[in-house]
Write a protein that binds this ligand. Structure first.
Ligand SMILES: CC(C)(COP(=O)(O)OP(=O)(O)OC[C@H]1O[C@@H](n2cnc3c(N)ncnc32)[C@H](O)[C@@H]1OP(=O)(O)O)[C@@H](O)C(=O)NCCC(=O)NCCS
Length: 109
């Protein structure tokens, strides 16, 4: 979290309730390599809401605030990764308009 606080190309948001933290979002500005067009895009690393405060709109509010920050930086495309074993997370992102883009594969050695 600390490395996201301060740099102009990083965003760190904290949601508070009754003076205490109940959620956070971290994001950054990225640029594709020239070989892939060199276009800029936003990347959301993580969004997390404390279990006792879920389904209250806090996660969506954090993402909407990140969208505002991206737009201020003239970003028109946002990407992120979510685990296939996280159906709630997938539903959350789909509800916010995100669509499938890539498949990340892994295997144990
Ligand atoms: C995913 C997460 C951030 C959602 O936070 P939240 O504050 O509960 O989300 P919101 O209340 O803003 O939900 C917005 C919408 O997302 C969808 N949604 C959220 N949680 C859901 C769930 N468990 N199952 C299905 N849909 C869900 C719903 O459409 C919801 O709208 P509704 O409550 O009116 O039906 C939270 O569950 C969390 O921190 N999970 C663990 C970390 C994680 O998986 N992060 C996302 C992957 S990086």
């Amino acid at each position: 979290m600390r490395e996201h606080i301060g740099p102009r190309d990083r965003l760190a948001l904290v949601a508070e309730s009754d003076g205490g933290p109940v959620g956070f979002l971290v994001a950054t500005l990225r640029k594709r390599s020239p070989a892939f067009g060199g276009w800029r895009y936003g990347h959301i690393y993580d969004v997390y809401v404390d279990a006792a405060h879920r389904r209250l709109g806090i996660g969506a509010a954090l993402v909407e605030e990140a969208f505002r920050w991206f737009r201020r930086h003239r970003i028109r495309l946002v990407q992120l990764q979510v685990r296939t074993r996280n159906p709630a997370g997938i539903e959350f992102w789909r509800g916010l308009g995100f669509e499938d883009l890539a498949l990340t594969l892994e295997r144990r050695l």
